[in-house]
Design a binder for this molecule. Sequence first.
Ligand code: NAP
Length: 279
Amino acid sequence: MAQILDGKALAKKIKEQVAAEAASLPRRPGLAVILVGENPASQVYVRGKEKDCEECGILNLGCKIPAETSEEELLRIIAEMNADPAVDGILVQLPLPKHIDEGKVLRAISPAKDVDCFHPENVGEMMVGDPICWPCTPFGVMELLREYGISAAGKHCVVLGRSNIVGKPMTLLLLRDNGTVTVCHSRTPDLKEQCLKADILVAAVGKVNLVTADMVKEGAVVIDVAMNRNEAGKLCGDVDYVAVAEKASYITPVPGGVGPMTRAVLMRNVLAAAKDHQK
Ligand code: NAP
């Protein structure tokens, strides 16, 4: 039976460390989360970030603006925050209303305040070295592995999903940790065959029960990034948890695995940006 990789517990520890360090800085770090419109899921995510800021002693300098806000006005708000020395991190909650060009908005955020690590300049930094911030979800996965003494070095890692937010940076981070990485996506013909090779399997697709026990090697480490709702409306990942936990050595639960780590790493990224700005 697999050991659970407890993201909730580690996230709590990380947030306590962030709070202690933030309190020792000459100026409190500040995060501006911009929410455009009233998407219910986005509202929940933003409330979570506000609560995390409060727990970590990070100033919440964000704003909530109506869905009809023009792209020009949003870009003006971002420019204002770029210039505000109290703001260390800027995060635009996605998705944006259809009339706003997401790429243009993400490029407008100063790379020094891009705590999501979505700006092309920071994406480039990821390729060649050490950016100040790494994308929160994949970095959270690496921190969770590290906490349990699991290294990718010499292991075969298989990443399911190649999105810019999760799959691609996850691949880079595993490679940086000296793993041998295979990336699978919707055009991969032999998913089971690929998954069976994995010592570390990371599922980031968004399909309930995509990964079944017959696809997992005995003793593999299984990381479930996905956040889906099953037919009963219950939160679940991509992995058939109960059956896969019988074969895996370690496994992340959903909820309580990668999700809380993503939130904690965001707080750590804001702290890292603040420290850099206060150098
Ligand atoms: P995304 O942008 O929709 O990407 C999904 C990826 O899965 C794509 O690369 C897609 O391939 C691939 N895919 C689709 N069907 C597949 C299949 N049958 N076999 C193999 N690959 C397949 O999603 P995302 O933003 O990366 O998010 C993925 C999941 O993680 C979602 O459930 C999301 O809610 C969750 N998530 C969780 C957190 C967290 O904090 N826990 C954070 C972010 C996301 P193509 O590229 O070929 O289309």
